[in-house]
Structure formats: structure tokens, C-alpha cells
Design a protein around this ligand. Structure first.
Ligand SMILES: O=C(O)CCC(=O)C(=O)O
Ligand SMILES: [Fe+2]
Length: 319
């Protein structure tokens, strides 16, 4: 089958503005996805101590090497874009980076990635609640199907046109989620959905489909009726270039966009876990904690490793 033609950027932009999403079926070939799956499998096999995962069952964050119940596949792999050229090229390919720039009105900066092996179970939300951009709407997300989604696997759900609902203002005056005000946020959104007659839609993706959503489009992980079913997919979030420049982020160019170089999510590891077979990541620890680095440079603390054992771990600092 010939790959679909998604080169009419003007029409796609119009559609995105109106609906708040684009469902680009067959965007990637099955072979391309197989290549990515093989690259990810190699990565987690070869570098399990660098891959940070969250258990979808308990929420616990660990390195893949230490994750319990790996066979259940109920995990989210965080930010593999930092470790994989192949994932970056999927998220910011020549054409996709052009399209994202057109939709955002400026180059897109890939700033995180989430590879869910099973349904996410995420309640409905808009991404700007949690990844609130400096400039309104300077955030966009892509969702790539790594396999066909079964209705019982908790497919992606979304609410067409919901990006036009005026943003809820929290008591601190921002649009950033404040946990104790979320019941009020939910009530506001339900009311708006009713008033605007916006239905819930299920995206029953086929392997290789690409779904792009707006910073303010309401979406979530559908109900999982069968916990045994996988729903392998990759979510990538991108900020606009201007905000990232203002924040002095480290940007690496990739086609028409950029990816953000940054430290991976920290993981709490007990000091006893380090030893001859597993050296403490001294350099990374100092890079992550400038106060410790300053103390080491000033000679008031012998090393990051000493700091971690004496204080860092107890203070809840991850590595
Ligand atoms: O894949 C899903 O179920 C939703 C993920 C999501 O909402 C996100 O990562 O922003
Ligand atoms: Fe989301």
C-alpha cells in the first residue's frame, strides 16, 4: 500500500486549528515501527541501568534493571529519546519536524518521551495543566501507535474541539494544575463538554498511525478492560523554540526542530546498591546538584559519593 500523502500542510494546519488534533493514519510504515521496536529492545537490554521506568501498577520509579514484574509489561519508559538516535529520528523526522513547526508556528523542541507498553489509565486532562508552557499554546504532543490498539486495551480517548474551551484559572492566577483544585477543574470541564456537546472519541489506532494533539486538547487513556492486553505506544511532547531559548535550555538541532539535552529523571537508589560492580555516578551527581558540586570544589565535602551517603540519599535526592 502506498503511504498516505500528508504534504498539504496548509490544510492540516486548518484542521488542527479547528479540531485540536490530527489523526494521521498510516503515517509510519509497519517496517519503520519494527525498526524502532528493535532499537528500543536493544537499548533496554544493553543499558538497563540508564533506562528509567515507572510501574503502571504502583507508580514506583526505578531503573529497568531493578524493576519488579517486568514480564507484566505494565511500565512506562521515560525519555528514551535521550538515549536513542532512532527514537529522536522518529519524533523529529524531516517531514514531521516540518509539520510540527507549521502547527506550532515555530520550530518544535522535543522535551520528553513516554513509551507506554500497556494502557496508561490516565484520567482525562490537557497537557498544559502539567507541562504549562511559558507562552500559551507553545506545546504540542505526538502519539505513535507501536501496535494495533484493541478496544479492551485502554485506547487513547480524546474530545474534538475541546482545545477551544477557555483555560481554567487556578487560585494562584496560573493555568498550572493545583492538586487540591482539581475537583473544581473537573467540574468546569464536564460542564463545558455538556454545553458544547463534545463527545468522547476513541482512537482505535493501527500500528504506524500518528495522532497529534494541541496543548489544550482534552484526552486520556481509555478504560482498560483486559489488563493482559498490551497497547504499545510512544508519546512525545514538544515546546516551542522561543520559550526554550528564553529558559536557556540546551537544544540540539534535528531537521526543522530540536531536541532538548537534559539529565534523565532522577531515581532514588539506596547507597548500599553501589559497589565494585556498580560504580556511583559521581559526575552525573555533581551535574545534577550544583550545591554539592560547589561544596566539593570548595573542599568542604570530599566527593559527591560521600555527600550521597551522608546526606543526599536521606534528603531524597535521586541519581
Ligand atoms: O497514551 C495515553 O493514554 C495518554 C498519554 C498522555 O496523555 C500523555 O502522555 O500526555
Ligand atoms: Fe496527556
Amino acid at each position: 500500500m502506498a503511504s498516505p500523502d500528508y504534504s498539504n500542510t496548509v490544510a492540516l494546519k486548518e484542521q488542527f486549528k479547528r479540531d485540536g488534533y490530527l489523526a494521521l493514519t498510516g503515517y509510519f510504515s509497519a517496517e519503520r515501527i519494527d525498526g524502532i521496536l528493535a532499537a528500543i529492545a536493544r537499548l533496554i537490554e544493553q543499558r538497563p541501568r540508564e533506562v528509567v521506568v515507572d510501574s503502571l501498577a504502583t507508580g514506583q520509579r526505578t531503573f529497568w534493571s531493578e524493576a519488579d514484574g517486568r514480564e507484566t509489561r505494565r511500565f512506562k519508559f521515560n525519555d528514551i529519546y535521550l538515549l536513542s538516535d532512532e527514537v529522536r529520528e522518529l519524533a523529529l523526522g524531516r517531514e514531521l519536524s516540518e509539520l510540527l513547526a507549521a502547527l506550532l508556528g515555530e520550530p518544535a523542541v522535543l522535551c520528553n518521551s513516554l513509551n507506554f507498553q500497556k494502557g496508561s489509565n490516565q484520567p482525562k486532562h490537557i497537557d498544559s495543566l502539567y507541562m504549562t508552557p511559558q507562552t500559551a499554546q507553545a506545546l504540542i504532543a505526538t502519539w505513535t501507535a507501536f501496535e494495533d490498539a484493541h478496544p479492551d486495551s485502554g485506547p487513547l480517548v480524546y474530545y474534538p474541539g475541546s482545545h477551544l474551551i477557555p483555560l481554567y484559572r487556578f487560585k494562584d492566577g496560573t493555568h498550572h494544575a493545583s492538586p487540591d483544585e482539581m475537583p473544581a477543574w473537573n467540574a468546569y470541564i464536564e460542564e463545558q463538554l455538556r454545553e458544547r456537546n463534545i463527545p468522547e472519541k476513541v482512537f482505535l489506532a493501527k500500528k504506524g498511525d500518528l495522532f497529534i494533539w494541541h496543548s489544550d486538547l482534552l484526552h486520556g487513556g481509555g478504560k482498560i478492560n483486559d489488563q493482559n492486553r498490551t497497547r504499545n505506544s510512544l508519546v512525545c511532547h514538544y515546546y516551542g523554540e522561543a520559550d526554550c531559548r528564553k529558559l536557556k535550555c540546551d537544544l540540539a538541532p534535528q531537521h526543522r526542530g530540536y531536541w532538548m539535552r537534559r539529565l534523565r529523571q532522577p531515581v532514588t537508589v539506596p547507597p548500599e546498591a553501589f559497589g565494585a560492580g556498580r560504580p556511583f555516578p559521581e559526575k552525573e551527581y555533581l551535574e545534577r546538584y550544583p550545591d554539592v558540586k560547589a561544596a566539593v570544589l570548595a573542599g568542604t565535602c570530599p566527593s559527591g559519593w560521600v555527600h550521597y551517603q551522608a546526606a543526599g540519599f536521606k534528603e531524597g535526592r535521586g541519581i
